[in-house]
Design a protein around this ligand. Structure first.
Ligand SMILES: Cc1cc2nc3c(=O)[nH]c(=O)nc-3n(C[C@H](O)[C@H](O)[C@H](O)COP(=O)(O)OP(=O)(O)OC[C@H]3O[C@@H](n4cnc5c(N)ncnc54)[C@H](O)[C@@H]3O)c2cc1C
Length: 390
């Protein structure tokens, strides 16, 4: 199916289906607002699945639609334009599913992919630990094979959505005494068991989007290791390559809506008369256009390799730096437009702009912090000497 034909189909489907109870979900969810109508968004996500509108890029033999990047971009753009609620299983659909398709056994694929497709099992990502964030190779959580099960001990942190998920993909050290990237394995671990304790981390807003996850003799089946035992680093890095990509363009339409909302607010409150605010809003608009052009130029839309060597490499890091800094600045502009009113709560509730400000502080940290992205560019693109270790 042609991209424009598909786009029309998606637009029509959303117009026909985002009605009734579902219409009340418009604009809900997303980073910083995951607590909003979670169960209802889950039901909406399952409704999308029934219409074949999840996992669009997965190959058809695995239940997907085998659609190109250009089709998926069209989907995300229409989805964002319709103000459809944020989906709830990004980690399953965009990270674990593609990882299982690339590295999983046929048994693992048959066991897990259908339930990601129909959104009946949700996933979380167990990478970071108190001593392993940017320096992920420092993972200390251990797993030992005991008969037909792995026995897991240790702690993960910042585990997004684990309190709603049934499963977690966990990087654990399975070779005693191993160091750094060696001796790690990629395990699929059920969360609903006595050996797992999930403690939500309460944010300043009072909501919890991520958690500490403690493993105390937690168990998972011996065959639920993805790739070979000890080869988990390779699989874990494979997952990260799926993390970026097409959803960026849909995300930018959400950003556009946020920026235009702030412009309207500035007109209403009179902040638009302030020359500095006008300047920052205008720069923000220009930044949005730059991000879009960059995303289009570096994304392979199926019509040839646009990420070619002319760009000089490091595109993912540049893209991350562009959107993370842009969005963090937008949060600051929102607060300045609100002025003193932004410092108080109405009925004890944070509003959309206060939430935007607070959550966007984390944009330059997760998915690889600004400093890490710049290190990648320095070392891998510019060939600067490796940074000195302290
Ligand atoms: C909203 C959010 C959701 C998240 N969700 C998940 C999740 O679902 N699963 C998961 O596993 N993790 C998740 N994380 C964790 C995220 O991956 C880590 O926060 C990130 O990798 C940074 O690690 P850290 O927090 O330990 O900070 P650190 O690595 O301790 O970094 C602290 C500071 O030091 C800087 N720094 C570190 N190393 C260097 C260096 N070599 N050179 C220069 N500067 C350096 C960093 O840039 C940062 O400013 C999430 C984080 C956030 C904020």
């Amino acid at each position: 199916m042609e991209v424009e034909e598909f786009r029309t189909e998606v637009r029509q489907w959303l117009a026909d289906n985002l009605v009734g109870d579902y219409a009340a979900l418009k604009g809900l969810g997303g980073p910083g607002r995951e607590h909003e109508a979670f169960e209802e968004r889950l039901a909406w996500n399952q409704h999308l699945a029934k219409a074949g509108l999840t996992c669009l890029g997965w190959p058809e033999e695995h239940g997907g639609r085998g659609l190109t990047t250009a089709h998926r971009v069209a989907f995300y753009e229409e989805y964002a334009k319709a103000d459809a609620p944020d989906k709830v299983n990004h980690l399953g659909e965009e990270l674990l599913g593609p990882t299982l398709i690339a590295y999983g056994t046929p048994e693992q694929q048959q066991r897990f992919l259908p339930r990601i497709l129909d959104v009946t099992e949700l996933w979380s990502q167990g990478y970071s630990e108190p001593g392993a964030g940017s320096d992920l190779a420092n993972v200390a959580t251990s797993a030992e094979l005991d008969g037909d099960a792995w026995i897991i001990n240790g702690q993960k942190v910042w585990t997004s959505l684990a309190h709603w998920a049934q499963w977690c993909f966990v990087i654990a050290r399975t070779e005693k005494g191993s160091k750094r990237h060696a001796g790690l394995s990629y395990l699929l671990v059920p969360l609903d068991q006595p050996g797992v304790e999930i403690r939500p981390i309460i944010q300043l807003t009072g909501d919890s989007e991520f958690n500490e996850v403690f493993f105390d003799d937690a168990r998972t089946d011996a065959d639920l290791v993805v790739g070979e035992p000890g080869d988990g680093w390779r699989v874990a890095m494979g997952t990260l390559t799926f993390e970026r990509g097409v959803s960026t363009l849909g995300q930018q339409i959400r950003y556009r809506r946020e920026l235009l909302g702030i412009v309207e607010l500035a007109k209403k409150t009179g902040a638009a008369d302030d020359p500095l605010i006008r300047e920052r809003l205008t720069r923000s608009w220009a930044g949005l256009q730059t991000m879009r052009s960059y995303a289009m130029a570096t994304m392979d839309l199926g019509d040839g390799d646009r990420t070619g060597s002319a760009m000089g490499g490091g595109q993912d890091s540049v893209s991350k730096l562009l959107w993370a800094n842009w969005h963090r600045e937008l949060g600051e502009i929102a607060m300045d437009v609100r002025g003193a009113a932004g410092l108080t709560l109405d009925d004890g509730e944070f509003d959309e702009w206060q939430r935007l400000y607070l959550f966007s502080r984390s944009d330059t940290i997760y998915g690889g912090s600004n400093e890490i992205q710049r290190n990648i560019i320095a070392e891998r693109v510019l060939g600067l000497p490796r940074e000195a270790k302290g």
